[in-house]
Every structure is written in structure tokens, then in C-alpha cells.
Design a binder for this molecule. Structure first.
Ligand SMILES: Cc1cc2nc3c(=O)[nH]c(=O)nc-3n(C[C@H](O)[C@H](O)[C@H](O)COP(=O)(O)OP(=O)(O)OC[C@H]3O[C@@H](n4cnc5c(N)ncnc54)[C@H](O)[C@@H]3O)c2cc1C
Length: 419
């Protein structure tokens, strides 16, 4: 679609939040356009076929809190198959790598840590005096490095960068399902009816005049209202600028940086020797370690997951580093025979992606309140959505989608109030 010169509502970014906003406005009678820098929708939701028989979600894969996840109903409406196999995160496929007795010990230490964080967050909720989750690790506990590794998967960063008030605000019903054809593929189908301008990189939002003027790589347009959904790291770096400047938004975004999580997909020969939908992780006693999903959906492959500073190190080492690290770790757990059975297929590089610059947001200690600041409308004309603005489902795809719907509602409400 070519760029119109003016619209009622311009939505910046066609990830889950932007699509949620656009779909919510489709019967509003308003002219709407989604301005998307990439040549595809979905943003951090992106499914590829890593091989003809291997579906790979480079970004989101799990329908977290599935009983409250708005993408579940969308998947059902669009005839996307939902897989309800329980995630294998707590169990392990092989006793050799992580013996049962050790696993029980680790799980107890992990649960006790979460209990301490929860109790501390409740105590300080009234005073608002936040602290870093790392303060609640038991000094000298041998499992601390692995508890930190779990944080790198969950938060995309180590515990010293995680606010306990934010952790406490996150809602997790512990029901996790998957979309068989891919979460990114579902977003593509969900976004199909939306009016879109692709390869349209927005650089400036000028809200000094009567109408909002938007400068993009495809030219300029004006809008009555704008919904901004870009990831926090782009707001924090001011790669998208506002005139007059919105310092409160930049500061809020800086308190909510995107952590890093990366995935790698390896093809597996003679796959039947490994259990379907198993998990593999070693008692490595390190924070720098991957976790492996064996044969997801029964496919002939292993999916590796890395987070935090280790993921950053591997990304910085160049394409192929995640795969090489994964193969070395898996071989160390399962034996040398596996080296010839594994072949790198694909890996994500979210930190190096110019339109994401990371994976999902976490609040730095002292910044849990930044989510509400980021979400607040400005001047009845600028509205903000995206996973980082969700009060309880931040860092997730459904939280992002719901936030888009919320921002669209705010934009319509303002219009009604004005007319
Ligand atoms: C490895 C990984 C695993 C994950 N796993 C899960 C999971 O299992 N479950 C889950 O729920 N969530 C998961 N997530 C998180 C989830 O993917 C995100 O929270 C969600 O997709 C974010 O949606 P969004 O719309 O807020 O942002 P985005 O998807 O980032 O959308 C923003 C859009 O804005 C565009 N954009 C950026 N700058 C500009 C600009 N200047 N001009 C125009 N367009 C611009 C981008 O290209 C992008 O399309 C995962 C993420 C990653 C990376």
C-alpha cells in the first residue's frame, strides 16, 4: 500500500500491539494505517520454516497464561491448531546430565528463592522501595548461578537488573500452550486484513502543530492521532524522535530495557532416540548455559534457548556461535555420537535486529512504575502500546496485543469526547 498524505489514526509498528490496535479500529469508521519498518508483520513474533518439515518461531512461541491469552480465541477463529502438551521446563529427559536428586534439590532452591522475592515485594509494595531480585539469593547457595540462568531465560537478563516489584506484578497462570503452525504465522493471519505500509521507517513524530506530522523513510503524512508501539530500546535510543521531545517517555523506556533471549534450531538425525517434547539441561552450575527443547511437536530437531549476557556474547561472536555452543553442550550431555547427528539450521539475533534491539522488557530495580508512565496518553493525540506498557502481561505477545486494543480504545474515546 502506498503512503496516504493524511489519516485519522497512524499506528507505528505492526507487531502484536500494532495489529491489536488496527484490528480494534477496523469498524470505527476512521481511516487507519499501520506504518511498519520491516517488510513483514509480527515484529518479535516471526515463524520460519527452518527446514521443509521444521517450523521455527524465532521469537515468541508459547501462549503463556493460555486461559487468559487473547491469542487463543484468535487462533481458534482462524483455525490454527493449538498444542496443549505441557512444557517440559521443570522435568529433564536425561538423568545423566541432571540427576533426579540434584533436580529436586535445585527446584526446591528455585522455589524458595521465588517465595522470598514474593514476600519481599509484598512487604515493600506500600513503601514503593524497590530492590534487585539478586538481593534475595541465599548467600553461598550452590544453585545461585543456575537460578540466575533461569532469570536470563525468563527476564532476558541476570537478577541484579530485575525489579522485584515488577516481578510481582507479572501474571502467570502457568498454563502454557503452543500454536502448531507457529505464533508468528498466527500473527500474520491475524494482521491480514490490516491496511499496511511496509519498509516504512518512522523517524520523527512532530506533534507541535494542529495535526501530528510523521516523517518516514517513504515520505511524510499527517494524522489526527498516533499510536506508538515500537520496542523500548528504540524509544530509549531516540531512534524514533518526538517534537516537542517527550523526555518522560524516553526516561520510562530507559527504565524498561529489552533483555536478550535468543533461539537456535538444530536438525537431528535419527531423532527417535530422543523423547518428543523433552527438555535437556545440565547441572552445569553456571549462569552461562543453554536450555534445550528436544523434538518440539515431535519434529526431528532440537531448539536451544539462551538469555542474558551469555546470549549477547554469543550474538557478538557472529552468526553460527549459538549453534556451535549448543552442539558442544549437547554432546557433553549425551555423548560424542551426537556431533554427527546435529546440523545447524537457523538462529535468532534479536540484539542485532535494528527494529527490536533485544527480546523483551524488564523493569530495572526502582523502575516498576515506568510501565504506567510509558502507557499514558499525551495530549489526547499520542497513545502508547507494546508489551512494555502492559501492567501484568508485559514481555509477552498477548500482553502486547491487549495493549494495542487498549490504546485504540483510548484513541476512540478521545475522538468521541471531542466530537
Ligand atoms: C526469543 C524470544 C522469545 C519469546 N518468547 C515468547 C513466548 O514464548 N511467549 C510470549 O508471549 N512472548 C514471547 N516473546 C515476547 C514477544 O515476542 C513480544 O513481547 C511481543 O511480540 C512484542 O510485541 P510488540 O508489538 O510490543 O513489539 P514488536 O513485536 O517488536 O513490534 C513493534 C514493531 O515496530 C516496528 N518498528 C520498530 N521501529 C519502527 C519505526 N521506527 N518505524 C516503523 N516501525 C517500527 C518493528 O519492526 C516491529 O514490527 C519472545 C520474544 C523473543 C525475542
Amino acid at each position: 500500500m502506498s503512503l496516504p498524505s493524511e489519516v485519522d489514526v497512524a499506528i507505528i509498528g505492526a507487531g502484536a500491539a500494532g495489529l491489536g490496535a488496527a484490528r480494534a479500529l477496523e469498524n470505527s469508521g476512521l481511516s487507519v494505517i499501520l506504518l511498519e519498518a520491516r517488510d513483514r508483520v509480527g515484529g518479535r513474533g516471526h515463524t520460519i520454516m527452518a527446514a521443509p518439515n521444521i517450523t521455527f518461531d524465532l521469537g515468541c512461541g508459547w501462549l503463556h497464561s493460555a486461559d487468559k491469552n487473547s491469542f487463543v480465541e484468535i487462533a481458534q477463529q482462524l483455525n490454527f491448531e493449538i498444542d496443549k502438551t505441557r512444557p517440559p521446563w521443570r522435568e529433564q529427559a536425561y538423568d545423566e546430565a541432571f540427576p533426579l536428586k540434584e533436580r529436586v534439590d535445585f527446584t526446591e532452591a528455585l522455589d524458595a528463592f521465588y517465595d522470598r522475592v514474593e514476600e519481599a515485594a509484598r512487604k515493600i509494595a506500600k513503601s514503593g522501595r524497590d530492590s534487585a531480585a539478586s538481593a534475595y539469593l541465599e548467600p553461598g547457595n550452590r544453585w545461585n548461578p543456575m537460578i540466575d540462568a533461569i532469570s536470563t531465560y525468563v527476564n532476558g537478563c541476570e537478577l541484579d537488573q530485575v525489579s522485584i516489584l515488577d516481578t510481582e506484578a507479572y501474571e502467570d497462570t502457568e498454563i502454557n500452550w503452543r500454536v502448531r503452525q507457529g505464533y508468528g504465522a498466527l500473527m500474520t493471519a491475524y494482521g491480514a486484513p490490516c491496511p499496511l505500509a511496509f519498509s516504512c521507517n518512522v523517524t520523527l513524530i512532530d506533534h507541535s502543530g494542529k495535526r501530528v506530522r510523521i516523517e518516514t523513510s517513504l515520505g511524510a503524512l499527517t494524522a489526527s492521532k498516533v499510536i506508538v508501539t515500537v520496542p523500548t530500546n528504540l524509544m530509549a535510543d531516540e531512534s524514533i524522535r518526538f517534537h516537542p521531545a517527550l523526555q518522560a517517555k524516553v526516561d520510562a523506556a530507559r527504565g524498561l530495557p529489552l533483555g536478550l533471549a535468543d533461539k537456535v534450531m538444530l536438525a537431528l538425525d535419527e531423532a527417535e532416540v530422543l523423547p518428543k517434547d523433552g527438555n535437556l539441561r545440565g547441572a552445569t552450575m553456571r549462569t552461562k548455559m543453554g536450555t534445550y527443547h528436544l523434538r518440539p511437536f515431535g519434529q526431528p530437531c532440537i531448539e536451544g534457548y539462551f538469555g542474558g549476557s551469555f546470549a549477547r556474547e554469543l550474538e557478538d561472536a557472529g552468526n553460527g556461535a549459538l549453534a556451535a555452543q549448543s552442539i558442544d553442550e549437547i554432546v557433553a550431555f549425551l555423548g560424542n555420537d551426537f556431533r554427527r547427528k546435529l546440523k545447524p539450521l537457523s538462529e535468532s539475533r534479536w540484539a542485532h535486529d535494528p527494529f527490536a534491539r533485544g527480546s523483551y522488557s524488564h523493569a530495572l530495580p526502582g523502575h516498576a512504575g515506568a510501565r504506567a508512565v510509558l502507557a499514558a496518553p499525551v495530549d489526547g493525540r499520542l497513545f502508547f502500546a507494546g508489551e512494555a506498557t502492559s501492567p501484568n502481561f508485559f514481555s509477552t505477545a498477548h500482553g502486547a496485543r491487549d495493549s494495542g486494543e487498549r490504546a485504540a480504545g483510548e484513541a476512540i474515546a478521545k475522538k468521541r469526547a471531542q466530537s
